[in-house]
Design a protein around this ligand. Structure first.
Ligand code: PHB
Length: 394
């Protein structure tokens, strides 16, 4: 017989969603076990996007999950949209009095892991969930294999799938891995990290005749930049010189500060929302429930918004035996999920060229960008969406 661990909430996945959920549950006195197939080292070093909405920052701070964001992160009060050879600033502070923080996801993960371990959280790395059983009962189980290959099971009152787009939970809840609404994009992002000072004070999202580029940052000495590439491109196919040429061509008007490129990656992305987010006592959150293209910087923030709604529903269910909020969880979460899907899709389509983009499409795109930047309502919409809509109940 495999070892069986009993807990109240079994959380599959130690990403932002799973870790934050365990943190908030613990603060409410609800015990959980978190497992992740990856090592701690791999989780803490995998490079992801870096924009935190204001609400995300406030929640990380108020819950004691991370106190470093305001110290080590960088507050950004706007972004620049660049098109037709001109830059247009979207001033978040002036439009709506809010901001975002540039603080990379792996830093959030380091903070969360440290905070959980300091509180004695049962958090198991290298432990893989193989399947979820008895999901239709009040005693769902996660069947797992630990880092040494030994089988074990977690028996819980509730199972949360926070195991990303390739995890086992999505299929368990929706009936199939592809069980959702989805959209593919005929391009990808080529990302680089380089040792150089910032080329611009704020992030530049550029629509250029050669395709999209994003000039982002990491610190005073490390920068993150992306340009639109082919889905089948290979990171080794470019020399360093060619990479700078590609990037530079797409941000006319700015001279990029170059430096040694020490990391390259290709991001293929899609829009996806699972057909179901709840199956009796199993719920999906974060990338297991939905994925967005990175253009809107919504990925981690959307995971945090799911957690806020689910945590409250779990408290009602597990502490008051009240199932109304958990039954309402999918509809409550989906409202924001689809707003973020729209925003991410809209930013992506407005800024990228596709192989099918006609001359008409290209001119229309510039008209769309002008509609946004020359309208107070347009700028306000972008500022609201980018800095994040209010989190439920906060
Ligand atoms: C990043 O810095 O990695 C980043 C920033 C903004 C985005 C996407 C990625 O929209």
């Amino acid at each position: 017989m495999p070892d069986t661990i009993r807990t109240r909430v079994a959380i599959i996945g130690a990403g932002p969603a799973g870790l934050l959920l365990s943190h908030l549950l613990a603060a409410s006195g609800i015990e959980s076990v978190v497992i992740d197939a990856r090592t701690r080292e791999s989780i803490e070093s995998t490079i992801r996007a870096g924009i935190l909405e204001q609400g995300t920052v406030e929640l990380l701070e108020s819950s004691g999950a991370s106190s470093r964001v305001r110290i080590d992160g960088n507050r950004h009060e706007g972004i620049e949209l660049r098109f037709a050879g001109e830059g247009h600033r979207i001033d978040f502070a002036a439009q709506i009095g809010r901001a975002v923080w540039l603080y990379p996801q792996h830093e959030v993960l380091k903070d969360l892991i440290a905070a959980r371990l300091a509180e004695g959280q049962d958090l198991r790395f290298g432990a893989r969930a193989e399947r979820i059983e008895d999901a239709d009962t009040d005693r769902p189980r996660v069947v797992c294999v630990d880092a040494d290959g030994a089988p074990f099971e977690i028996e819980a009152d509730f199972v949360v799938g926070a195991d990303g787009s390739r995890g086992v939970a999505r299929a368990a809840v929706t009936g199939s891995r592809a069980g959702g609404y989805s959209r593919e994009y005929p391009f990808a992002w080529f990302g680089i990290l380089c040792e150089a000072p910032p080329s611009s004070q704020e992030l530049i999202y550029s629509n250029s005749p050669d395709g999209f580029a994003l000039i982002s940052q990491r610190s005073d000495i490390v920068q993150r930049m992306y340009f639109q590439c082919d889905r089948e491109d290979d990171t080794a196919a470019y020399t360093e010189e060619q990479l700078w040429e590609e990037l530079q061509r797409r941000v006319p008007g700015t001279t990029l500060k170059e430096g040694p490129i020490f990391q390259r990656d290709i991001l293929r992305f899609r829009s996806f929302v699972a057909h179901r987010l709840l199956d009796n006592r199993v719920a999906l959150i974060g990338d297991a429930a939905h994925t967005v293209p990175p253009t809107g910087a919504k990925g981690m923030n959307l995971a945090v918004a799911d957690v806020v709604i689910l945590e409250r529903a779990l408290r009602a269910l597990l502490q008051e035996n009240d199932s109304r909020l958990i039954e309402a969880f999918p509809d409550a979460a989906l409202k924001r999920i689809w707003k973020a899907q729209h925003f991410s899709w809209w930013m992506t389509n407005m800024l990228h060229l596709t192989p099918e983009t006609s001359e008409f499409d290209r001119m229309r795109q510039l008209g769309e960008l002008r509609t946004v930047v020359e309208s107070d309502a347009g700028r306000t919409y972008l500022a609201e969406a980018y800095t994040g809509w209010p989190l439920a109940g906060l």
